[in-house]
Design a protein around this ligand. Structure first.
Ligand code: MEV
Length: 310
């Protein structure tokens, strides 16, 4: 029957912005983030279980096992987690956000692929099974992770406070937050950045522990500021968080350049978002977003204005 045939159906999962608390969250402290309306869309087409990414001219067969591309390894990990053998659908993937830039593209990819495969193969288990598939994918790509990225990709639009102990709590704040998001042009490298912090924690234990504790306080202040729409305080929290991230050596010259540019142009907060060492910088400049976007673009970087949490 036509209604039982999922050919042509589309499955979406959104990206995210971590406002405060990345890296420290890996060690159990809370982080604050919001969803983006951009993300990953997967459509089902007749085929043999291949992953097709037209924008990257990339095709991965379902029994593929040699290539080191992270997305291809993640696709295999998802199929393995779902216990699937090659079958009658190809999955066409499109991103509406910059991929590999700290905006949750890999978690959005995993959730959208998981939803599509579960529908294509009529697997029971719903979103819990999607979460298991996403976990397998994120572990394959990033190694040690807090779980925040996939929790956000699985959650409805909004702002969330996440910690390992308490999970993903939705904030009462409903109005979206307008941010300028600037791409450093350097691919973020979450797994090496997470390893970097782990190695600093071994070498400079007291200092790094103190920074993680300080970031937890910043997240707390930032959450209160977001809920009160006290944007000056939220911006100050972002500035302070960026100083700690820089000291944890997960920034990059382009990120520092973008933060300085944002501050020169009157932004009240600017920091890296996500894994760092590349990826995107988020900039808070209420009412001045378009002018700031132009200034960033005039300096040779790509930028867009996004409504986070809406
Ligand atoms: C990556 O988006 C955020 C990190 O904190 C890693 C994680 O939470 O798994 C760097």
């Amino acid at each position: 029957m036509a209604e039982d045939n999922p050919t042509g159906e589309r499955f979406f999962a959104h990206g995210k912005v971590i406002l405060l608390g990345e890296h420290a969250v890996v060690y159990g402290t809370p982080a604050l983030g919001g969803t983006l309306s951009l993300g990953a869309t997967v459509s089902l087409e007749p085929g043999s279980g291949r992953l097709v990414v037209p924008a990257w001219q990339m095709v991965v067969s379902s029994d593929y096992d040699g290539n080191e591309l992270p997305l291809a390894r993640a696709y295999r990990a998802i199929r393995r987690a779902l216990g699937l053998s090659p079958s009658g659908f190809d999955l066409k993937l499109e991103f509406s956000l910059p991929a590999g830039a700290g905006l949750g593209s890999s978690a959005a990819f995993a959730v959208a692929i998981g939803r599509a495969l579960i529908r294509a193969h009529a697997l029971p288990g719903g979103e819990a099974l999607v979460a298991a598939a996403a976990l397998a994918s994120e572990n394959e790509i990033h190694g040690k992770s807090s779980g925040f990225d996939q929790a956000l990709a699985l959650s409805p639009s909004g702002f969330y406070l996440f910690s390992h102990a308490a999970g993903c709590l939705r904030l009462t704040q409903r109005a979206p937050l307008s941010l300028v998001i600037a791409d450093s042009g350097r691919t973020r490298d979450t797994s090496s950045a997470v390893d970097q912090v782990a190695s600093l924690l071994r070498d400079r234990s007291d200092e790094v522990r103190a920074r993680i504790a300080a970031i937890a306080v910043i997240v707390d202040k930032g959450r209160a500021a977001l809920e009160a729409r006290a944007y000056g305080e939220l911006g100050a929290a972002m500035q302070e968080n960026q100083r700690h991230l820089s000291a944890l050596e997960v920034s990059a010259p382009e990120i520092d350049q973008l933060c300085a540019l944002a501050n020169d142009q009157g932004a009240i907060g600017a920091k890296l978002t996500g894994g760092g060492r590349g990826g995107c910088v988020i900039m808070l400049a209420p009412g001045r977003e378009q002018a700031l976007q132009r200034a960033v673009e005039n300096s040779g970087f790509r930028a867009f204005v996004a409504e986070v949490g809406g």
